[in-house]
Design a protein around this ligand. Structure first.
Ligand code: SAM
Ligand code: SF4
Length: 367
């Protein structure tokens, strides 16, 4: 165990090969506070991201297709018992139209996200959308919550290639405190396994800064990502929403942003070749939050292409950015922000995770 190695030694070992950090070292890196040390961690993670993915960021069009949700996660603004949320669900024609707009804007990759709805009519609607947009040649990521394995398989057969299902926290006891008794951490893990069996590129992730969460929990979260051998990570800071039971949780935006950035950096340093998204929640805490996510090791961004009317209704947390912007404005604004830090926004490629390509044998060692 190398807890006493110098920071430079730990970072150089982490950059040299994947899975090189012990739990104690991950916790140590996440706990660093001196600006010089934190910058050294971000710089090492960014250098690794640049080596593996180039100075490019894969852009995915994010489509929030409905805020109706059967779940009651205590942190989420669209939880089923928030009576103040005005609900919507887009129909197949609307979703297809937005997907076509995204393709016209040059996107090659789309994320379809919503609250959790189970049942045959939802399954059929998603199948119909996937079949109708197949000719657009888009890579499609779904983020539609927990479903039966058979449903995941039907959506995979209809053309979806990736699925994002955050575990939220790898600590089952903390998960239990953040969710009502009818939610199950074990089922979420089983869903991740089912997605893998259905041959998706599988993404998971957590929120950082949850009430009662420790740095040890976050170090374990990164261990969980490694154990589950996932291809993509989507994680971001927890931000309280005023109409939820966690509304009054104390918030220091800069501290929470820094924790979110450290999680990106340490995850990159430990896992190396996964896709890591710079989540929108980073930008809710600072205008340049998402670019800072890239400079800490993220390689994916998801500009919102939902129309402004519905974007306003899909509020998971307070202070959601870009509420009144059109999709082309979001695309242009994020592109300019990336170019300002010397990164090229990549619209023309689907941006499959290197990890997925490697585990499918489509990549040579060292590529
Ligand atoms: N319903 C699906 C699910 O839960 O997997 C997909 C959509 S859900 C809104 C997407 C993610 O939003 C969740 O996995 C959660 O991590 C995040 N989220 C919800 N409430 C949040 C909050 N208050 N702050 C930050 N992220 C939040
Ligand atoms: Fe529903 Fe997802 Fe929000 Fe939980 S996080 S209440 S499942 S939308």
């Amino acid at each position: 165990m190398a807890v006493h190695d110098s920071l430079a030694d730990v970072l150089s070992r982490a950059r040299a090969r994947p899975l090189a950090l012990s739990r104690a070292e991950r916790a140590r890196l996440l706990s660093l506070e001196s600006p010089g040390d934190v910058k050294a961690v971000f710089d090492a993670a960014y250098a690794l991201k640049t080596r593996l993915c180039g100075r490019q960021v894969a852009m995915r069009a994010l489509l929030e297709v409905g805020n109706v949700c059967a779940k009651d996660c205590r942190y989420c603004g669209i939880r089923r018992s928030n009576a103040k949320a005005v609900r919507y669900r887009l129909g197949a024609d609307d979703i297809v139209r937005l997907a076509e707009d995204a393709a016209e804007q040059g996107y090659s990759s789309l994320v379809i996200q919503s609250g959790e709805v189970e049942g045959e009519s939802q399954t059929r609607l998603v199948e119909e959308v996937l079949r109708r947009i197949a000719s657009l040649g888009l890579g499609v990521t779904l983020s539609l919550g927990e479903q039966a394995e058979d449903v995941y398989r039907r959506w995979r057969d209809a053309g979806a290639t990736r699925y994002l299902l955050r575990i939220e926290t790898s600590n089952p006891a903390l998960y239990g405190r953040l969710h009502p008794a009818d939610h199950s951490w074990e089922r979420r893990v089983e869903c991740l396994r089912a997605l893998r069996r259905c041959d998706y590129q599988v993404g998971t992730g957590v929120m950082c800064g949850l009430p009662g969460q420790t740095v040890g929990d976050l170090a374990d979260d990164i261990g969980f990502f490694a154990d589950m051998d996932v291809d993509m990570i989507g994680m971001g800071p927890f931000i309280p929403h005023p109409d939820t039971p966690l509304a009054d949780e104390p918030m220091d935006p800069e501290k929470r942003l820094l924790l979110g950035l450290k999680m990106i950096a340490v995850t990159r340093l430990h896992l190396h070749d996964v896709n890591i998204a710079a989540a929108t929640a980073l930008q809710a805490l600072a205008p340049d939050g998402r670019e800072r996510g890239v400079l800490a090791g993220a390689n994916v961004m998801m500009p919102n292409v939902t129309d402004a009317e519905h974007r306003r209704l899909y509020q998971l947390y307070a202070n959601k950015p870009c509420l009144n912007e059109s999709s082309s404005l979001c695309r242009g604004c994020l592109s300019r922000r990336l170019e300002a830090i010397g990164e090229e926004p990549l619209f023309a490629r689907r941006g499959d995770s290197l990890h997925y390509r490697r585990r499918k044998g489509a990549l040579e060692e060292g590529e």
